[in-house]
Design a protein around this ligand. Structure first.
Ligand code: KIV
Length: 272
């Protein structure tokens, strides 16, 4: 792992995540949805890999995260977990698998853990789902919270605009951060909220706060396809692109098409 700011090849655990916050060490989190990508992400030193329900958008082409099913998430998550040696692996519980009641939430949580070998689950929401979060934690399953812009509620919000700019929503978010931390969550993702509010959240709890479009926090998360520039249509202010894979891949594939069409591939060395 030379070249990357990685201190140890030891498996990242809930304990290590809390330690990293206490030591002021930033946590790098990134999504992955398949085995090959997860192997690369893990080798590059990412601390936490999220099988986000953003798979619904980036893998399946849906407009929202709502359609992805439990079986589809289990397929993505088990592929990722199989590839990872060091990173802490978190799987999103998809829409509809934990909102009905705590009993169903725990049953689905146990199924994901058994069938994927992930390290933790992520659920969207605060006080409204606290009983479910508590019951999943009581079953011995680590839980990440997710507050602010929670994409599973996009139809209620009606917009992907920044959340918690008003005082009442900001106060509720800070309350929810405390409730989730007191319940025993191992971390919380804050999405698309003002940086000043994130700063308050970070100072209020001893578990890591991971931001996306939320300013500086204990760590950051991005959707891998976005940060690698595979998708040219999504350019929010918070996104930093580290590559232009759209161009690199179309150039490479275009060259392959040309080579096949002019009979240049396969050449004499590329045949049996
Ligand atoms: O589904 C996802 O990828 C996420 C991240 C954007 C935090 O929840």
């Amino acid at each position: 792992m030379a070249g990357y700011l990685v201190e140890s090849t030891r498996k990242v655990t809930t304990h290590r995540l809390k330690e990293m916050k206490a030591e002021g060490k930033k946590i790098a989190m990134l999504t992955s949805y398949d085995y090959t990508t997860a192997k690369i992400v893990d080798a590059a030193g990412v601390d936490c890999i999220l099988i986000g329900d953003s798979a619904s958008n980036v893998m399946a082409g849906n407009a929202t995260t709502l359609p992805i099913t439990l079986d589809q998430m289990i397929y993505h998550a088990s592929s990722v977990a199989r590839a990872v040696q060091r990173a802490f692996v978190v799987c999103d519980m998809p829409f509809g698998t934990y909102q009905v009641d705590a009993k169903e939430g725990v049953r689905n949580a146990i199924r994901i853990m058994k069938e994927t070998r992930c390290d933790a689950l992520k659920l969207e929401g605060g006080e409204e789902i606290l009983e479910t979060v508590q019951r999943i934690l009581d079953a011995g399953i680590p839980v990440f919270g997710h507050l602010g812009l929670t994409p599973q509620s996009i139809n209620k919000f009606g917009t992907y605009a920044v959340r918690a700019k008003e005082e009442a929503e900001a106060a509720k978010l800070l309350r929810d951060v405390k409730l989730l931390a007191e319940a025993g969550c191992c971390g919380i993702v804050l999405e698309k909220i003002p940086a000043a509010l994130t700063e308050q959240a970070v100072a209020s709890v001893d578990i890591p706060i991971i931001g996306i479009g939320a300013g500086p926090a204990d760590g950051q998360v991005l959707v891998i396809d976005d940060m690698l520039g595979k998708n040219k249509d999504f350019s929010p202010k918070f996104l930093r692109r580290y590559a232009d894979l759209f161009t690199i891949m179309t150039d490479a594939i275009g060259q392959y098409v040309t080579d096949v069409k002019r009979g240049d591939f396969p050449n004499l060395q590329e045949r049996y």
